[in-house]
Write a protein that binds this ligand. Structure first.
Ligand code: NDP
Length: 447
């Protein structure tokens, strides 16, 4: 490691103690951005990277709410407004017991570079709460969302900061959050994305992250004259991203053999077809059930408690659950089993050691900030539709999404092609994402 890069990372660590996920995300990006700055006079001596890792603003607040038994519960709410150089803050809200400042700062940092890659004018942010939606009644979810928004509403706005969903925040939660914002501000505005189509949502927004991941993986494979068709695919997660990655993969003729949740994974040797996927959607979105129920409905499949799916033989692996879910031992198993490509539907799902193993084995590595940027891209399109007061057709939005994913892939190839002709998607995504933000920061001066 270059000595100065090491100093930079040491300083970040000193300033942000006990934030391992944030440091992991910064160090992965800095590894490529730091030398890029050193080799480009325009970016030198501007403290750009130091500014980039310092959030513009962090809001932390108490959320006190009443459960169905009448007891008062307390959770912590956050919004990390990371960088607004190229547009208003934009990024999801996560409700999960593991949420803390380190996780939200890593997600917000990733979001800055990801949003830049989409070619849209979107700054980066992330927020959420350590609230656990599991096992809560609808009424409890609504009351929590209303209390959360009562504080958050002071800090967001259609031209300031436009949150969306993430883990634990889907269509239902966005509805309650939007309702409370509107009530407080007396203003019907596109302040959140991922809204239902009935009140300003965009067609294809629910599908966008998963579909976009498949479009990206297909571009990576096509670069090597291959295709996703007929490939065996392991997917983790069974939430929003996993469901629609599976849907598009099936449509492209691939064979999806696994899905999971935080309790374990199911393996279906016959492949998960559209009918089986519809069962999963109903199970997870409607009944809010567990993935193990799949094997009761389809007894040919097997359930593996407390395990991740990465030891199953596949040609494409799509981690679509959460950060650091795929470790070095999983990566070794994927390499041994002849995996060709990884598409990160989730944010930073591979540990640093896993990434090194996959890259050394020359597996195509579709990094999350590029591969899963389709969600925020269509959120950007939802904002445009809201601003114009129009609603585009699914075909139009899907076509825009395809175009954006193609451009993101081209940007990765443009900045990530090595002298030997191989493409380093990590390098490409980080530098392409950085460049636009850096140019805007230079133009706007030290603010
Ligand atoms: P959902 O809440 O819809 O689904 C999350 C899925 O991941 C669930 O199946 C959940 O299982 C599983 N999961 C969560 N935590 C863990 C864990 N610790 N170990 C194993 N499985 C786990 O979230 P999304 O699908 O929206 O998000 C998934 C990932 O994609 C996240 O990394 C998110 O940041 C990223 N992402 C999402 C975007 C979006 O548009 N929604 C956009 C870009 C990235 P269980 O039900 O047991 O909790």
């Amino acid at each position: 490691m270059n000595q100065t890069l090491e100093n930079f990372l040491n300083d970040v660590e000193k300033k942000n103690p006990n934030q391992p996920e944030f440091l992991q995300a910064v160090s992965e990006a800095a590894e490529h951005i730091f030398p890029y700055i050193e080799n480009n006079k325009k970016y030198q001596n501007q403290t750009l990277l130091e500014r980039l890792v310092e959030p513009e603003r962090i809001i932390i607040f108490r959320v006190a709410w009443t459960d169905d038994a009448g007891a008062i519960r307390v959770n912590r709410g956050y919004r990390v407004q990371m960088n607004s150089a190229i547009g208003p803050y934009k990024g999801g809200l996560r409700f999960h017991p593991t949420v803390n400042l380190s996780i939200l700062k890593f997600l917000a940092f990733e979001q800055v570079l990801k949003n830049s890659l989409t070619t849209l004018a979107l700054g980066g942010a992330k927020g959420g709460s350590d609230f656990d939606p599991k096992g809560k009644s609808d009424a409890e979810i609504m009351r929590f969302c209303q209390k959360f928004m009562t504080e958050l509403a002071k800090h967001i706005g259609a031209q300031t900061d436009i949150p969306a969903g993430d883990i634990g925040v889907g269509n239902r939660e966005i509805g309650y959050l939007f309702g409370q914002y509107k009530k407080l501000q007396n203003n019907f505005t596109g302040v959140l994305t991922g809204k239902d189509i009935a009140y300003g949502g965009s067609l294809i927004r629910p599908e966008a992250t998963g579909y976009g991941t498949i479009y990206f993986v297909e571009h990576m494979l096509q670069e090597q004259n291959k295709s996703i068709e007929a490939k065996k695919i392991c997917i983790s997660g069974s939430g929003n991203v996993a469901q629609y990655a599976a849907e598009k993969a099936i449509e492209y003729g691939a064979k999806v053999i696994t899905l999971s949740d935080s309790s374990g994974y199911i393996y279906d040797q016959d492949g998960i077809d559209t009918e089986k996927l519809n069962f999963v959607k109903e199970l997870k979105n409607g009944k809010r059930g567990r993935i193990k129920t799949y094997v009761e409905e389809y007894p040919n499949a097997t359930y593996h408690a407390n395990k991740a799916p990465w030891r199953e033989k596949c040609e494409v692996a799509l981690p679509c659950a959460t950060e650091n879910e795929l470790d070095a031992s999983h990566a070794k198993a994927l390499v041994k089993n002849g995996c060709l490509a990884i598409g990160e539907g989730a944010n930073m799902p591979c540990t640093k050691d896993a990434v090194d193993i996959l890259q050394n084995a020359k597996i195509l590595y579709g990094i999350g900030k590029a591969a899963n940027a389709g969600g925020v891209a269509v959120s950007g399109l939802e904002m445009s539709q809201n601003a114009m007061g129009v609603s585009w057709t699914a075909e139009k939005v899907n076509q825009e999404l395809k175009t954006i994913m193609k451009k993101i892939h081209e940007a990765c190839v443009g900045y990530g092609t090595l002298e030997n002709g191989e493409i380093d998607y990590i390098k490409g995504a980080n530098i392409a994402g950085f460049k636009k933000v850096a140019d805007a920061m230079l133009a706007q001066g030290a603010v």
